[in-house]
Design a protein around this ligand. Structure first.
Ligand code: DOR
Ligand code: ZN
Length: 343
């Protein structure tokens, strides 16, 4: 096969940031993706409907002329979140999900949740109105090994929340373990799971063997090879519960290459070429469209896009860095020569 036409993809988990960084990274997503679920972990976080509306306006103002892109806004769940404000932001069509960060789990998560009982009323309201909860699934306990934090979160936090809140629609975001794949498989269609591009390509050796590679450090951190293979099998299965959320998370090189560097891989520019190659290698090119363009809209109750994108089999011309007014941002290096380009 030398060309591949897909319903235009969406990204169900994206960090656009704000200001100069957003200005520089937004076109890389908008050139390939029709819509994206926009993460609210700004400083300060996007907590209220009013803040989400203002952020949406800033995104649309940063969009270059002639580009079509719909930001799907989210609210950052805090222990003070007002259920009425969430319901109103949902009813107006502005907000498509609420994001749960365990406090301290990742970048700008300090305002997240420590005591899950305190967000119960909001979660119950979300279950009533059908508003999905996007979950960063890692415990933050210092005595839990970082490579076990996702599996422990599923047992200790996620499953109890779902049992206590029947009907709550939940997206397990950026899953990184076979434990998460197995859990997702065992649930009904109120549960979805996103998988990133980078977690299909790297395991923990890529980060740590032969010298530390800060550009491969993200959260949840990549795990053992057996987990990467479980993610590959899930993504390429075409099953409705699994869909693309790149978690493309730009940080300047200056902020990545520090004694305490930031977590995040910037994959917006090359996600589609990488995915085409991954799916082709696994003999699953016929499942790529489900993963990038159909399963996500079905979970969120949105129509699939009515435009298409074509990939052709030739090496893409992609930058290694994207320049921003804050400094360069390194594009994720999959470690192999790419063979597909977006026409
Ligand atoms: O690697 C990550 N980067 N994981 C997250 O959960 C947050 C993100 C960011 O905002 O940089
Ligand atoms: Zn993220």
């Amino acid at each position: 096969m030398t060309t591949l036409t897909l319903v235009r993809p969406d990204d169900w988990h994206l960090h656009l940031r704000d200001g100069a960084m957003m200005q520089a990274v937004l076109p890389w997503t908008a050139q390939h993706f029709a819509r994206a679920i926009i993460m609210p972990n700004l400083v300060p976080p996007v907590v209220t409907g009013t803040q989400a509306a203002a952020y949406r306006d800033r995104i649309l103002s940063a969009l270059p002329d002639g580009m079509d892109f719909e930001p799907l806004m989210t609210l950052y769940l805090t222990e003070d979140t007002d259920a009425d404000d969430v319901a109103a932001a949902h009813a107006s069509g502005l907000v498509k999900a609420v994001k749960l960060y365990p406090a301290g789990a990742t970048t700008n998560s300090a305002s997240g949740v420590t005591n899950f009982d305190n967000v119960r009323p909001v979660l119950e309201r979300m279950a009533e109105i059908g508003l999905p909860l996007c979950v960063h699934g890692e415990v933050t306990d210092s005595d839990i090994d970082i490579f076990d934090r996702e599996a422990v979160f599923i047992d200790r936090i996620l499953d109890p929340i779902r049992r206590a809140t029947p009907g709550l629609r939940v997206v397990m975001e950026h899953i990184t373990t076979s434990n998460a794949v197995d859990y997702a498989h065992a649930q009904d269609d109120s549960l979805g799971a996103t998988i990133t591009t980078h977690h299909l390509v790297i395991n923990r050796n890529h980060i740590l063997a032969g010298g530390i590679k800060p550009h491969y450090y993200c959260l949840p951190v990549a795990k053992r090879e057996e987990h990467r293979l479980a993610l590959r099998a899930a993504a390429t299965s075409g099953e409705a519960r699994f869909f693309l959320g790149t978690d493309s998370a730009p940080h300047t090189d200056a902020n990545k290459l520090l004694p305490c560097g930031c977590a995040g891989c910037f994959t917006a520019p090359n996600t589609l070429p990488i995915l085409a190659q991954v799916f082709e290698e696994d003999g699953a090119l016929d499942k790529l469209e489900a993963f990038t363009s159909k399963n996500g809209p079905a979970f969120y109750g949105l129509p699939i896009n009515n435009s298409a994108i074509t990939l052709s089999k030739s090496a893409p011309d992609l930058p290694t860095h994207v320049d921003t007014d804050d400094g360069p941002v390194t594009v994720f290096d999959p470690g192999f020569d790419l063979q597909w380009r977006v026409a």
